[in-house]
Design a protein around this ligand. Structure first.
Ligand code: ADP
Length: 719
C-alpha cells in the first residue's frame, strides 16, 4: 500500500508520537496502552495485542502478552499468532469470531478484520503485534509502511524491558518436582492446572492435542507436533500438529498421519534415546535437517510407557533462543505426567478400534448373525440376518424374540413348522450346547443352515447365544443335481446297454430267421444311437458351461434347414403328421447353421417323443410382428421358429423348471419315454448365444408350442 502525501504526514506524526511514548519511563504495559490508543487514531482498530519474548539470563521464551485497555471479549487465537511469527511477514485476514466460531462462547458472531505483524529487527524475532476490528474490510489505514516503521520502535522497547527485568533479583526460579525435574513456579502452576484435564482426557486425539497445546503455550513455540512411535516399522507417525504450513517439506512432513523414520530428526533421536533433547540452532547443528523451513530452535521430548517411548512432543521456533532449560524442564515434566493418561488412552483407542473392526466384520459378513440374550431376545443383528429371514428392519425392534417372533414371522413359509419349533425348544433346554439344523422355506425355495452357539462373558458364564444362519440353497441344489445326474446317467446308460447286450447275446446264441435278425439288429442300432445321443448331450452341456462353444455365424436361409430336417426325421415319424409352414420370402437370419439345426432338431424330436399317441406336429417359421414378441424381448427384426405338438403337454408348475439341466417332468409318461433332461437347457443356451429368446406355451394333455427367435440378417451382414 502506498500513501498519499497527507497520509504520509499523518503516519510520520504517528511514528514520532509512538517513539516518544515507547521510550518513556512508565512500565512497559502502561506505555503499550498509550501506544495502542495512539495507533487507534490512525488505524482505527477495535483492540490490539502484543506478544513478545523478553530476553532472559538463559535462553528460553519468557513470553509476555499485553492487551489494549478496552479489549474485546472475544479471545485471541494463539495459533494465528504462531503462524505470523513463523511466516515473518505482515498478514491480513478476515476472521470469524463468536457464534459457533473458535472460543467465542455465547458472544454474537462477528466477521472481523485481522492484522498480524511480526516484530523483526536486527535479524531476530522479538514479538508479534496484532490488531482486530469489527468491519471485515477495516484496518486499511494500517499501511504496511507505517506498521513496518513501528517495528524497530517496538523491538527496542521489548529489548529494553528484557534488560530491565534481567537486572531484577530472579526470585524463586526453580525447585525439584516429584519427578526429579526442576520447574519454575509458573510452570509448576501450569502443570498443576493441567492435572485434572489430563486425567479426564480418555480419547487419544483429545489427549495428544491437549498436550501439544499446553507445550506450545508454556514454551512459546511457534509450531509443534505430537507423533506416535511405531516400533515395528521404526517410524514416527504424525498424529497432531500446529503451526507447520501444509506445504513445507519438514522433517515432520506435513499433512495428518505422515510417517518418517526414527533415524531422521530430533523427534526420532528423542524417541530412541528416551530423553528430551534441545537444539538451539538446527541450521548450524551437523546432521539436523530442522523441523521445518525457517526453524532454528527445536525441542523434542518422549512420553515413555514402561521403558519404551510411545509418543514424542516436538516443538519448533524461528527464534534460536526460543527454548532454554525452563522450556525443556516443563516439556519433560509434561511428558512424565502424560505417561499414565497416554497408556490409558492408547488402550482405549485399541479397544475402540478393535470394536469398530469387529463391528465392520459383523455387518459385512454374508452369514446372518444375531446375538441373543439369555431370554431369547435379539440384542444385535447384522443386515444379512434380516435379509436371509426377510425381516426388513423388524429384528431391530427392541423386543424381537428369537423363537416366538421368528416362528410367527416364518410360519407361512415353513415347509415343516415343527422342525423350527423343536430346534428352538432344544436350544432352550440345552443352553451350553452348540446346535445346528437346516430349515426349508417355501416361496421362494430356500434352504437355510442355522447354527446356535452359547456366548460367554469373561468369567465363562453363559450370556446368551449367537445364531448364525447361512443360505445353503445353491449347495444343496447342486448336491441334488449331482445325485440326480448320477442316477439319470446310470439309468440312461444301463437301459440301452442292457438291450444291446441282450440282443447281441441272442444273435450270437443261434441262427434266426432273416426278418427276426433284422429286427434285433435295428433295435441294437436304435439303442446305440440313444447312447451316442446321451454322450453328445453331456459333452454339449459341459462345453457350453465351460464357455467353449463359439458361434460360426453366417447369413443363412432357414427354409433349407427345415426341409433337411424333415427328411432326416421321416423315419421317426410313425403315427405323426408333420406340417411345415414357412413364410414366403422369409428374410435370411444371421446365425450358426449347425447350431440352429441342433435347436430345431431338439424341439422336433421332443415334439415326437412327448406325443406318443401321434397327432399333428407343426413347424412354423415367419418374421415376427412386434406384437408376437414378448415384452422384454430386444427390439429389431426377428424370425420366429415354432414347433407345436398335440402331445402330453406340461403342467403349469413344471413350466419354469423344464429349462434346468437334468430336469424332467416326473410322470409315468416321461419315465417311460426316457431322456436326460439336458436337451432343453442346451437348446436355450444356444438360442441365447444368438441373442434370441425361447419360450413355451402348453396345456396338460393337449399339447405344447415351443418357439424361439433369431435375428434377421441386417443389410451390412448380407453384403
Ligand atoms: P429330455 O427330453 O431328455 O427329458 P429336455 O431337456 O429336452 O430333456 O426336456 C425336459 C423335460 O421337458 C422333459 O423331460 C419333458 O418332461 C418336458 N418336455 C420337453 N418337451 C416337451 C414336449 N414337447 N411336450 C411335453 N413335455 C416336454
Amino acid at each position: 500500500m502506498t500513501l498519499s502525501s497527507d497520509q504520509s504526514a499523518q503516519a510520520l506524526a504517528a511514528l514520532g508520537a509512538a517513539a516518544r511514548l515507547l521510550y518513556g519511563d512508565d512500565p512497559l504495559h502502561v506505555r503499550l496502552h498509550g501506544f495502542f490508543d495512539l495507533l487507534r487514531e490512525t488505524v482505527h482498530h477495535r483492540d490490539a495485542r502484543l506478544t513478545c519474548w523478553l530476553q532472559s539470563a538463559r535462553p528460553g521464551s519468557a513470553r509476555q502478552q499485553f492487551y489494549s485497555a478496552d479489549a474485546w471479549p472475544y479471545p485471541w487465537d494463539d495459533g494465528l499468532t504462531r503462524t505470523v511469527a513463523r511466516e515473518g511477514v505482515i498478514s491480513r485476514r478476515v476472521i470469524g469470531l463468536g457464534g459457533d466460531g473458535a472460543g467465542g462462547g455465547l458472544l454474537p458472531a462477528v466477521r472481523a478484520a485481522y492484522l498480524g505483524a511480526p516484530i523483526l529487527w536486527g535479524g531476530r524475532l522479538w514479538g508479534v503485534l496484532e490488531l482486530r476490528t469489527d468491519h471485515a474490510d477495516g484496518l486499511r489505514a494500517a499501511a504496511d509502511d507505517l506498521i513496518a516503521g513501528l517495528m524497530p520502535l517496538l523491538a527496542a522497547a521489548i529489548a529494553e524491558e528484557g534488560r530491565h527485568q534481567l537486572s531484577l533479583p530472579s526470585g524463586e526460579r526453580a525447585s525439584d518436582t516429584p519427578t526429579g525435574l526442576t520447574l519454575s513456579a509458573p510452570d509448576k502452576q501450569r502443570l498443576a492446572a493441567l492435572n485434572s484435564s489430563l486425567d479426564e482426557a480418555i480419547d487419544l486425539h483429545e489427549l495428544l492435542s491437549l498436550l501439544l497445546h499446553r507445550a506450545l503455550e508454556a514454551s512459546g513455540a511457534e509450531a509443534g507436533a505430537v507423533a506416535l512411535v511405531d516400533h515395528e516399522q521404526r517410524e514416527l507417525v504424525l498424529h497432531t500438529f500446529e503451526g507447520f504450513a501444509e506445504d513445507i517439506d519438514v522433517g515432520l512432513q506435513s499433512g495428518p498421519r505422515q510417517r518418517w523414520s526414527l533415524e531422521t530428526g530430533l523427534g526420532g533421536q528423542a524417541a530412541q534415546g528416551r530423553r528430551a533433547l534441545l537444539v538451539r540452532d538446527v541450521t548450524v547443528e551437523p546432521g539436523m535437517s530442522g523441523a521445518g523451513a525457517g526453524f532454528r530452535a527445536e525441542l523434542a521430548a518422549p512420553i515413555l510407557i514402561g521403558d519404551r517411548a510411545e509418543a514424542v512432543i516436538i516443538l519448533g521456533s524461528p527464534r534460536s533462543d526460543a527454548f532454554g532449560e525452563d522450556e525443556l524442564s516443563f516439556v519433560r515434566a509434561l511428558c512424565a505426567r502424560a505417561t499414565q493418561p497416554l497408556s490409558r488412552a492408547m488402550h482405549y483407542q485399541e479397544a475402540i478400534e478393535g470394536a469398530l473392526y469387529l463391528g465392520q466384520v459383523f455387518s459385512s459378513l454374508p452369514t446372518g448373525l444375531a446375538l441373543i440374550d439369555i431370554n431369547g431376545r435379539v440384542l444385535r443383528s447384522n443386515p444379512s440376518w434380516e435379509a436371509l429371514w426377510g425381516l426388513h428392519g423388524r429384528a431391530r425392534r427392541e423386543s424381537f424374540h428369537i423363537s416366538l417372533d421368528l416362528i410367527a414371522h416364518l410360519l407361512p413359509r415353513l415347509s415343516e413348522p415343527l422342525g423350527l419349533t423343536e430346534f428352538c425348544d432344544r436350544v432352550l433346554r440345552s443352553p451350553s450346547q452348540d446346535l445346528m439344523t437346516t430349515i426349508h422355506l417355501l416361496k421362494p425355495n430356500q434352504e437355510l443352515e442355522v447354527r446356535s452357539v452359547p456366548t460367554r462373558d469373561s468369567n465363562d458364564r453363559i450370556t446368551g447365544r449367537l445364531w448364525a444362519v447361512s443360505d445353503v440353497t445353491r449347495e444343496r441344489e447342486s448336491d441334488r443335481l449331482k445325485s440326480e445326474f448320477v442316477s439319470i446317467v446310470s439309468h440312461e446308460l444301463r437301459t440301452p446297454l442292457t438291450s444291446i447286450l441282450g440282443y447281441t447275446e441272442l444273435l450270437m446264441s443261434r441262427d434266426f430267421a432273416p426278418e427276426e435278425r433284422q429286427q434285433f439288429i435295428s433295435t441294437v442300432y436304435t439303442e446305440a444311437e440313444r447312447l451316442s445321443q446321451l454322450v453328445e448331450d453331456l459333452l454339449g452341456m459341459s462345453r457350453i458351461e465351460a464357455g467353449k462353444v463359439k458361434l460360426n455365424r453366417w447369413v443363412m436361409s432357414l427354409t433349407n434347414i427345415a426341409y433337411e430336417l424333415t427328411k432326416q426325421l421321416n423315419t421317426s415319424l410313425m403315427n405323426h403328421r408333420l406340417l411345415i409352414d414357412i413364410q414366403s420370402e422369409l428374410p435370411p437370419v444371421y446365425a450358426d447353421r449347425d447350431k440352429v439345426k441342433q435347436i430345431i432338431f431338439n424341439l422336433l424330436t421332443n415334439a415326437i417323443k412327448y406325443s406318443p399317441g401321434g397327432g399333428e406336429i407343426q413347424l412354423r417359421i415367419h418374421e415376427a410382428r412386434p406384437r408376437d414378441l414378448p415384452v422384454n424381448h430386444p427390439e429389431g427384426r426377428w424370425v420366429v421358429v415354432s414347433v407345436r405338438d398335440q402331445g402330453i403337454g406340461i403342467a403349469p408348475e413344471d413350466l419354469p423348471q423344464i429349462w434346468e439341466r437334468f430336469y424332467r417332468v416326473d410322470n409315468t409318461n416321461t419315465r417311460r419315454i426316457g431322456g436326460t433332461g439336458l436337451g432343453l437347457s442346451i437348446t436355450r443356451a444356444l438360442v441365447e448365444m444368438h441373442g434370441g429368446q425361447i419360450n413355451v406355451e402348453s396345456v396338460l394333455g393337449r399339447g405344447s408350442r415351443f418357439f424361439f427367435t433369431l435375428p434377421v440378417a441386417n443389410e451390412l451382414a448380407r453384403r
